[in-house]
Structures are given as C-alpha cells and as structure tokens.
Design a protein around this ligand. Structure first.
Ligand code: PLP
Length: 411
C-alpha cells in the first residue's frame, strides 16, 4: 500500500457546515410547514450581469470558428484581462503593476491554498481566529500546523484572536512568523483594516522577513473611502505581500470561476543556503506546471466586468448586497442585538445575546425565527459567542428574516 500524506489525518472533520446542515434538515423534517430562510450561505444569489453574459456568448461563438478558435490560454492569463486588471483595479488607485506580476487563476480559494507549496515546510504560519477555514486546512495539509490539542488548536500555528475586545483587529505576533494570512474585508467578522493598521503589518513583515498573504476577495464591498482596497496602497508592501483577488464576490463568479494573484517582482524568499529567490518566478513556475489556465470564455466574461456597462452592472449587484447588509444590521440592532461588520463587507457578525453559545443561538434562531445562520465558533475558538449572517440572500427573504428576528426574538 502506498504511503499517504499523514498530515491529512490531522485535519479536523469539517464539522461546521455538516452540523448546521444536519440540524436544519432535522428541524425541517419535524416542522414541514416552516418556511426556512437561509442567511448562512457565503455564496452569491444574483445572476451574472448582462455585459458578462453577452461577453461569454460572443466568446463561445469565437470558439466555434477556425479563425477565432483559442486553444490553451497563456499560462498566466490573456493580455486583455491582465491589462484591464492593471488599469482598473490598480492603476485607478495609483498602484503600478506590470503584466508579469499578475497570474490569473480559477479562484482565490485555490491560490490561497496552493501558495504555501512554494514555501519551506518549516515556515511558521499566522492565522486570525476566527478564520476562513480553508487557510487553516491547507496549513495542516502542508504539514505546517503541528498537532492539535483537544480544543482543536495546532501547536505550530500562531493564532491572532480577533474579538470585540480588540475591535476585531489582530495584534502583531509576539514571536517570529514566516507567512501571515490577512483577509480584509474579513470573512467572517466583516471587519476592515485601516491604512495605519495595515501599515503596522507591512512594517512588521519587513522587519521579520515575513510574507503577508493578503486576501482581498471582498474589496468591492468597501464603502469607507479611507479604507485601503489593496495592500499595495501601503508603502513597502511590494517587498512583503502577495495579494489575492477574485471575481466571485465582486461579479458573481462563484460558479463561473475566475480570480487572480499579484506577486510583485520585489518579493523575495530565501533558499536553504540563504540565497534570495524570486517568489514571483516560483509562483509562475508552479502555476504553469500544475494549472493550464482559465478558459478563454471565462476570461472574456471577467474582462467584461471592466467595461463601462459591466462596471455599472456589477457595482449595482454589490450595492444590492450591501443594502441587504444595512437592512440586517439595522434590523438586528433594533431587536437589541450587538452587530459588527456589515458596513464594508457582506458579513454581519452578531454578538449572541445573554450568555448564549454560538450553537445555542443557532438553535434559537432556527427554532423561533426559522432563520439559518452560521455559529461563530465554527470559524475558530474566538468566534464563540458570535454568529455570522450574510448579505447574499434575496431582498424579500432578507427583509422577512429580519422581521422575524425582530418580532420573535424580542418577545
Ligand atoms: N477567500 C475568502 C476569504 C472567501 O470567503 C472565499 C469564499 O467564500 C474565497 C476566498 C473563495 O474565493 P473563490 O471563489 O475565488 O475561490
């Protein structure tokens, strides 16, 4: 029998969504007439915009003719998409990037996971707590987590607790780390980092020789003009940060799959002998060896989000979700709950009332309001006592969920 990667055996069962699913199914079976509203999902629900659909249709037609048929895409992305990214996502914010610093991919999930592969097995990883669960699991799979104790904490990971007490701002670690996952706007807390706070991370990474893995999948949801959209808005970040972006939440591409990762040329790691090595070169090598690029049709679709019409349409969808976020935030506050996030992010992070645990509040909401959310404890120990709702539902069901919470929970 072939030897397996034993690190996979150290993964904790993906308990969160299987358990919320189980409890929801059981409730529905016992109460077949109850009309459940699901505000736990992290997936979008609005369809792709017209400009995107039109671009896809046109690209499909191109694939049908010998003169315009396209085979394997360029490994790091078609120039029409990379140029649009450079011009709009970065150029308009005064950030200069070159085409060879962008690598187009099928998702921020795969990129934030795969990136660890180009770093040494001994690298110490810092993660916020609560955290987007994939960062933790890939750290375990890569053998960088160590062993878990009974509470599920791994002994080689440096956890950065984020709670109301520190305003959901992680403290700079008190010991050396090599790779730091930062996600802003944050899933699950909906928190953002100010320019000053992000600068302390960049400065820390520069002092330590650490690399920041900056997941900006939700940057389109930032409303406050003072909040940075890209880590490269911070001086010195090009030498220490990789940035992950995605069309999933920006333009409804969760089922369409397109994203990109920025690896600046200045960013260097070191070899076993201490020689500096270009991280950009390693990532391009990794992707061109193991990934054959995003489909032409999908890259055309992504590029359409940058046309004047496409931008207007995708912005309108993000605005729609942010209006949901406002409705949930204000409704829950009116119900006497303490609510975080939701101002620059599609996530609403609710303090559970009284001393209810995350799971008890899940059950209460399910039983009394027939609303399904996600217990904060499922995102890490510091998520205990919190609860996540998302703004990705339809307007009518979002409003109804809020009304039910207001009337049934406040009774
Ligand atoms: N990063 C964060 C923080 C997310 O919450 C998600 C999806 O929920 C992703 C990445 C996944 O993005 P993609 O669809 O591009 O793989």
């Amino acid at each position: 029998m072939a030897r397996i990667n034993d690190h996979y055996l150290k993964l904790r069962a993906s308990y969160l969504f299987s358990e919320t699913g189980r409890r929801t199914r059981e409730f529905q079976a016992a109460h077949p007439d109850a009309k459940l509203i699901r505000l736990g999902i992290g997936d979008v629900t609005r369809p792709l915009s017209d400009a995107v659909i039109r671009a896809m249709h046109e690209a499909v037609d191109e694939m049908a003719k010998p003169e315009t048929f396209r085979g394997y895409p360029p490994e790091t992305g078609w120039d029409f998409l990379v140029d649009a990214i450079i011009r709009h996502d970065y150029g308009e914010r005064g950030i200069k990037l070159t085409a060879d610093e962008i690598v187009v991919s099928d998702g921020a999930k795969s990129d934030t996971g795969n990136i660890q592969e180009i770093f040494g097995p001994d690298c110490v990883v810092a993660l916020s707590d609560p955290v987007y669960p994939a960062y933790l699991d890939v750290t375990v799979m890569g053998g960088r987590a160590g062993s878990a104790d009974a509470s599920g904490r791994y002994d080689r990971i440096v956890y950065l607790p984020c709670t109301a007490e520190n305003n959901f701002q992680p403290r700079i670690p008190d010991r050396p780390v090599d790779l730091i996952f930062l996600c802003y706007p944050n899933n699950p807390t909906g928190a953002v980092l100010t320019r000053a706070a992000l600068k302390t991370w960049v400065d820390f990474a520069r002092e330590q020789g650490a690399v920041i893995l900056y997941d900006a999948a939700y940057e389109a949801y930032i409303r406050d003009p003072a909040i940075p959209h890209s880590i490269y808005e911070i001086e010195g970040a090009r030498e220490v940060a990789i940035e992950f972006r995605s069309f999933s939440k920006t333009a409804g591409f969760t089922g369409t799959r397109c994203a990109y990762t920025v690896v600046p040329k200045e960013l260097q790691g070191r070899s076993a002998t201490g020689e500096p090595v270009s991280i950009n070169a390693l990532w391009v090598r990794r992707q061109s060896t193991k990934f054959n690029g995003v489909a032409y049709v999908i890259q055309r679709a992504a590029a359409a989000t940058y046309t004047p019409e496409g931008r207007k349409q995708v912005t309108a969808v993000v605005d729609y979700y942010m209006e949901n976020a406002r409705i949930i935030r204000e409704g829950l506050e009116a119900a006497g709950l303490t609510v975080y996030g939701a101002r620059n992010a599609p996530y609403i992070w609710v303090k559970t009332p009284g001393r209810l645990s995350s799971w008890d509040f899940f059950d209460k909401l399910l039983n009394e309001a027939h609303v399904v959310g996600t217990p904060g404890a499922g995102f890490g120990p510091s998520g205990e006592g919190y609860f996540r709702l998302t703004a990705f539902g339809g307007r009518a069901s979002t409003e109804e969920a809020v009304d039910r919470i207001k009337t049934r929970l406040a009774r």
